[in-house]
Design a protein around this ligand. Structure first.
Ligand code: NAP
Ligand code: MG
Length: 398
């Protein structure tokens, strides 16, 4: 069988620990036998990040800007323990944070839905994709503990000398205050990313905020979303039979629980932080969640939502058998290959991505799975496979 040819390389960002092991197995068993795989390889493994003073992370993000599509393995975000474990020169920032700052995108997380791994919410039949605004609000706040009587003000001093001053609270006893911000441009690119991704996926967009209470701050989010939708997307949504639906965040939450899924839920930063953990655990497993960073100018970086599965890696190093779930990492590859195929007009590549996803899902639905899924499946007597045998079972089916 002739291998599928590619035109433009994918930006390949290798990573750490157990996911690095899976990465190589996926390439060897599921990709290289079928595709003449073209990638521009960046080793984001912590050792190489340290060797290059983290320049490799920046280079990989710039390459993603150049080529348009990247696939990323999970990577270690250094903490104190990692400083000594890897003898690091400094405590580097999270690679995802660095890449996101360069690409300026929105992260979309989607569960991979499989029969036999049932969502806790009975009526969820289709995946719910969560889009989290990743800038500002409480994540970039200024806070004070007030320990004595006095008045707290919100003050703005313009470069032109204007001064606006609003009292926040007259304190008679100890308490707390908080100041936070967001930027029109950031909200606008968030809205564009959501609407573009929705057209891509053929799904509607739901967005909620608390504009009845926050009449300037949250109301600004609502207004910008509506303006971007009306001026840039309404016609395309109409043509595709999709809708943009805004409501109060509490109403949205209630409707999400009653819905059957199949839409994109755009969330402000904090809402997205909280709700993505709720949605992913209610769908079954973090190991079945894909993640894609989409920039407002249409650049895509695909990855798994989970980390490097450190605990399994230490077992692997001791020569013990592991049963680590590779599904989200496989879907990161298929997402990137499909997008590359789409952009370069290579139908075979898109079809290959579809087939590999189907082979993966069919393998699980036939009862062959990794331990994490066997623990939660409703399939009777599942066969628990080790990390490699699960990938080989998918290859058999493929
Ligand atoms: P983790 O790697 O997601 O793993 C946490 C636990 O979840 C694992 O111990 C395992 O549970 C289970 N799990 C996650 N993925 C699994 C899979 N594919 N198959 C089977 N079980 C899976 O999170 P962590 O241990 O908190 O973080 C480890 C490292 O990953 C850290 O250095 C962190 O910085 C990094 N990280 C990277 C990213 C990223 O690159 N996007 C994201 C998050 C974390 P059991 O042990 O019970 O089997
Ligand atoms: Mg969180």
């Amino acid at each position: 069988m002739a291998k599928i040819q590619m035109k433009t390389p994918l930006v390949e960002m290798d990573g750490d620990e157990m996911t690095r092991i899976l990465w190589q197995m996926i390439k060897d068993e599921l990709l290289l036998p079928y595709i003449d795989l073209k990638t521009e390889y960046y080793d984001l493994g912590l050792k190489h990040r340290n060797d290059t003073d983290d320049q490799v992370t920046i280079d990989s993000a710039l390459a993603t800007k150049k080529y348009g599509v990247a696939v990323k393995c999970a990577t270690i975000t250094p903490n104190h323990a990692r400083m000594s474990e890897y003898d690091l020169k400094k405590m580097y920032k999270s690679p995802n944070g660095t890449i996101r700052a360069i690409l300026d995108g929105t992260v979309f997380r989607t569960p991979i839905v499989v029969k036999g791994i049932d969502p806790c919410v009975r009526n969820w039949k289709k995946p719910i994709t969560l889009a989290r605004h990743a800038y500002g609000d409480v994540y970039k706040n200024t806070e004070l503990y007030i320990d004595r009587p006095g008045v707290a003000y919100l003050v703005f001093r313009g470069d032109d000398g204007t001064e606006i001053e609003e009292p926040i609270q007259e304190f008679e006893a100890p308490g707390i205050v908080q100041g936070m911000h967001n930027m029109d441009d950031s909200i606008r690119s968030f809205a564009r990313s959501c609407f573009s991704y929705a057209l891509d996926m053929g799904e509607s967009v739901w967005f909620g905020s608390k504009d009845t209470i926050s009449k300037t701050y949250d109301a600004r989010f609502k207004a910008i979303f509506q303006e971007v939708f009306d001026t840039e997307y309404k016609e395309k949504f109409d043509a595709a039979g999709l809708e943009y639906f805004y409501s109060l965040i509490d109403d949205i939450v209630a409707r999400v629980m009653k819905a059957e899924g199949g839409f994109i839920w755009a969330c402000k930063n904090y809402d997205g932080d909280v709700m993505s953990d709720m949605v992913s655990s209610a769908f079954g497993s973090l190991a079945m969640m894909t993640s894609v960073l989409v920039s407002p100018d249409g650049i895509y970086e695909y990855e798994a939502a989970h980390g490097t599965v450190q605990r399994h890696y230490y077992k692997h190093l001791k020569g013990e058998e592991t049963s680590t779930n590779s599904v989200a990492t496989i879907f990161a590859w298929t997402g990137a290959l499909r997008k590359r195929g789409e952009l370069d007009g290579i139908k075979e590549l898109e079809e290959f991505a579809d087939r590999l996803e189907k082979a993966t899902i069919d393998t699980i639905e036939s009862g062959k799975m990794t331990r994490d899924l066997a623990l939660i499946t409703s399939i009777k007597d599942p066969v628990v496979l080790n990390s490699r045998d699960f990938i080989l079972a998918i290859r058999d089916r493929l």
